[in-house]
Design a binder for this molecule. Structure first.
Ligand code: FES
Ligand SMILES: [Fe+2]
Length: 340
């Protein structure tokens, strides 16, 4: 298989995309070093917003993340050069006050950086696709619960594949939620540029519904499952409980750090907990166990890459959503490498 048909964590196309690099709370008053696509960046809050620069001082290439931020400027820890929020050098202590500063004393900024649904997203170069949305994150009816961020030896492409895959539930998740019907229901896929949705409906045993114990509703109830994927690794799963009511949303956002590691950001949004933080904690703990079950498989792969060539693997109609992921990411890789 040609190398270009494998989506590794450091594939050059991924430079033209939005990626999560931190939870918003992880970027406070100290510079924070993050690694994305094998490159180190420093995140700082300056002038009321997050900025991202290559983590390398232009003077002697010391990591800027060793430095300090005063809310407006970033000072390098080595020789004290100071840079403003735009990355311009505003002070070189060794030259004294009022000295002329070299024009090349300028930090290399990311193309863009922004905060969205509780995370910081960075685009190293102009993105080929817009940053995905999570409407429920801004809806006051929904309570949010963050899982601790996990660093795993894994491929972002394979993790995205796993998140969309329903056929593994009875096997990988037998100890949690998967001991149900193994047949995957028909999946309706709708592509929209470098995004797609995959919708299906199935029956499941709603053991959490108090109306089941009271004999008001049957145990087997209908659930609509809607996945939304925005290239490359912004995934949202929305579960609508059609009989009992209520909506659960799972956000799954992947930061390809290096060839062999990813950071995984998972957040739950639920409108069926009546603001009960304790029940949200239980839901987060359960999701953590589910994620650990997935990682036991994902971390065991020898080749950490997602094949984009549709003939490389064997697909069935139960793999409709994960096949679309490959098609969409192949289009994304082609768009990112096309000359502009
Ligand atoms: S290396 Fe940063 S000021 Fe010298
Ligand atoms: Fe899973």
């Amino acid at each position: 298989m040609a190398v270009g048909s494998l989506l590794t964590n450091t594939h050059p196309a991924l430079r033209h995309a939005w990626h999560p690099v931190a939870r918003a709370a992880e970027v406070a008053d100290r510079p924070r070093r993050v690694v994305l696509l094998g490159e180190p960046w420093v995140l700082v809050r300056a002038g009321g917003r997050v900025r991202a620069f290559a983590d390398r001082c232009p003077h002697r290439f010391a990591p800027l993340s060793l430095g300090a931020c005063d809310g407006t400027t970033l000072r390098c820890a080595y020789h004290g050069w100071r840079f403003d929020g735009e990355g311009r050098c505003v002070e070189i202590p060794a030259l004294g006050p009022g000295a002329a500063l070299p024009p090349r004393a300028q930090l290399a900024a990311a193309h863009d950086v922004t905060e969205r649904h509780g995370m910081v997203f960075l685009a190293p170069e102009e993105p080929s696709a817009p940053l995905g949305a999570v409407p429920e994150a801004d809806d006051p009816a929904f309570l949010a619960g963050d899982l601790p961020v996990v660093t795993a030896r894994a491929s972002a492409g394979l993790l995205a594949d796993n998140f969309l895959d329903m056929a593994h539930f009875p096997f990988v998740h037998a100890a949690t939620f998967g001991a149900e019907e193994p047949v995957v229901p028909p999946i309706a896929v709708a592509r929209d540029g470098l995004s797609f949705t995959a919708v299906s409906e199935h029956e499941f045993a709603n053991r959490e519904d108090p109306a089941v114990a009271a004999g008001v509703r049957p145990l087997l109830q209908r659930r609509r499952v809607t996945y939304r994927v925005d290239a490359p690794f912004h995934l949202v799963l929305r579960l609508d409980f059609l009989d009992a009511g209520g909506t659960n949303v799972i956000g799954f956002f992947l930061q390809p750090e290096t060839e062999v590691s990813c950071r995984i950001y998972c957040t739950l949004w639920r409108d069926d907990l009546e603001g009960d933080a304790g029940r949200m904690q239980e839901a987060v703990a359960f999701e953590q166990v589910v994620l650990d079950e997935d990682l036991a498989v994902q971390q065991a792969y020898d080749t950490l890459a997602l094949p984009l060539d549709p003939t490389a693997e064997v697909h069935t109609k139960a793999d409709r959503a994960t096949l679309e992921l490959r098609r969409m990411l192949a289009s994304f890789a082609a768009a990112a490498s096309a000359p502009t």
